[in-house]
Ligand binder design. Structure first.
Ligand SMILES: *Cc1c(COP(=O)(O)O)cnc(C)c1O
Length: 245
């Protein structure tokens, strides 16, 4: 496990500046793409202290992304109320800790995980919004459903009682070409418009494409992303104990 040593010391002013720049970039990329819908900026908060998260929220950030269960549970009482989505790899046995504390889970990549989310949501009288994670680069080392299996996987998920399928998420290979984003957009639109099996009146609201991080969010927006997940671009680089400084 990587152990956090410190965040590089970007000041509150740096966060404010980065936030303004990102908002400008979003506007520009949307205009270039002729988009008039909404792109949400998610602040990815791994390794970020509650004070800095609260500063981002005070600037106008409304959506936070957490990807480590324990870190999230340790921090959540110290930060300002904001909507939180879970975006990291999620072990089935940890679902119970977060099920009533987040409003969406982006990283659903196995039917076992989807089943557990549905079961735990049911226990709380909830319907959980989820995204299916797609392994768009077909990288052996990465989680996510293969491109060929996405529709069938969506159909399986839609058979579960306490889940609402909101769309797709991806973590493309670093430095990948824009064609990857274009392919992702195509898969998204295809399922959105043509559906999958087991859709009923309440379990399918396919309106969310979660793609784009600090290095590539403007390209992702040009290809239809509706949530960009930005960590280091907002809070500064993360630094871990096992890393050279
Ligand atoms: C860390 C992380 C991000 C943000 O990455 P940055 O490059 O720091 O913007 C986005 N999505 C996921 C799933 C992450 O784990």
């Amino acid at each position: 496990m990587e152990e956090l040593l410190s965040n590089t010391q970007t000041s509150f002013d740096d966060i404010s500046e980065s936030y303004e720049r990102i908002c400008e970039d979003i506007k520009k990329a949307m205009a270039e793409a002729g988009r008039t819908d909404e792109v949400r900026l998610m602040a990815v908060t791994k390794t970020v202290s509650p004070e800095r998260i609260n500063h981002a929220v005070s600037l106008g950030v409304e959506l936070l992304g957490e990807n480590r269960v324990q870190e999230f549970l340790d921090k959540r009482d110290s930060y300002a109320p904001a909507e939180v989505h879970f975006i990291g790899g999620l072990q089935t046995n940890k679902v119970k800790y977060i099920i009533d504390k987040v409003t969406m889970i982006h990283s659903v990549d196995s039917i076992r995980l989807a089943q557990e989310i549905s079961r735990r949501a049911g226990q709380h009288g909830l319907v959980m919004d989820i995204l299916v994670e797609v392994n768009i680069g077909d990288e052996a080392t990465k989680g996510g459903i293969s491109v060929q299996s996405v529709r069938d996987f969506c159909s399986e998920v839609l058979a579960l009682p306490n889940i609402r399928l909101r769309g797709l998420m991806t973590i493309p290979p670093p430095g990948c070409s824009e064609e990857i984003f274009a392919e992702m957009q195509k898969i998204f639109i295809d399922i959105r418009d043509n559906g999958a099996e087991n859709i009923n009146s309440t379990n399918f609201l396919f309106d969310t494409l979660s793609m784009g991080m600090s290095g590539d969010y403007t390209a992702a927006i040009r290809y239809g992303s509706t949530i960009i997940r930005v960590g280091s671009g907002l809070f500064g680089y993360r630094k871990y104990k096992n890393q050279e400084s």
